[in-house]
Unconditional design. Sequence first.
Length: 253
Amino acid sequence: MFTMKSGSHFGTKSVLEHLKAARAKGKKATEAHHALETPGHLIGGADAAREIALIIMVVSILFHELSIPLTKGMILLSMIMFAFILWRSGRGALLGWNRLERLNKLIGDEKYEIQHNREEEKAELTEMYKAKGFSDPLLSKVIDVLMADDNKLLGVMLEEELGVSLESYEHPLKQAFGTGIGVLLASCALLSSYAINPFWGPVIASYGVIFLASGVMARIEKIRMMNAIVWNLSLAFMTSMATYFLAKVIQTL
């Protein structure tokens, strides 16, 4: 059993308590915050497509109730779509860079610990591999091999101690590109439908985009597709109906 030295980076925690805290730290540094960061270009594109579909559906209902001319409506919707592409793509890239910065700081901190707190790192490594079922003499041999190579040790500590898988993070620009393409494809479908029928066109097209995007996201995230589709379509329906009735109320004022 390892004991803590004076000045150890464990502080007053045991090795196991330190490992739990380190895993929580790794999760916090690399997690994608809900409604902020997206975990990939496909999900980013699908999520942005759903958002622009809902926005255009709501706006087109308001345009119809306010008797906005078709040409003026097309121009305004195009402006909204263009602004949304810039916003979501730029925002996705920025948040992706922020996550990479947190990850780089995490790697830097772990490198420092490997270089300056080797005994503590060895203690952590021993506890982790004991938990995997290793025992002496094999345990000691494995630890010695890992401790002999700093690069290998860094990779092991990042994945085993902090729960960080370096291969699972896409470049921020790839995420931004995927988001922009998702908005662009959805926008083309929505704008075309508006030109065909200013009221029913965007409504029907928006439900179609939300249906397809929700299915794509459910497939990637490995959740029940039918639940995801029904839930999102239900929210879209409630939103569109609320907008319609509010527009009717405004007309009576």
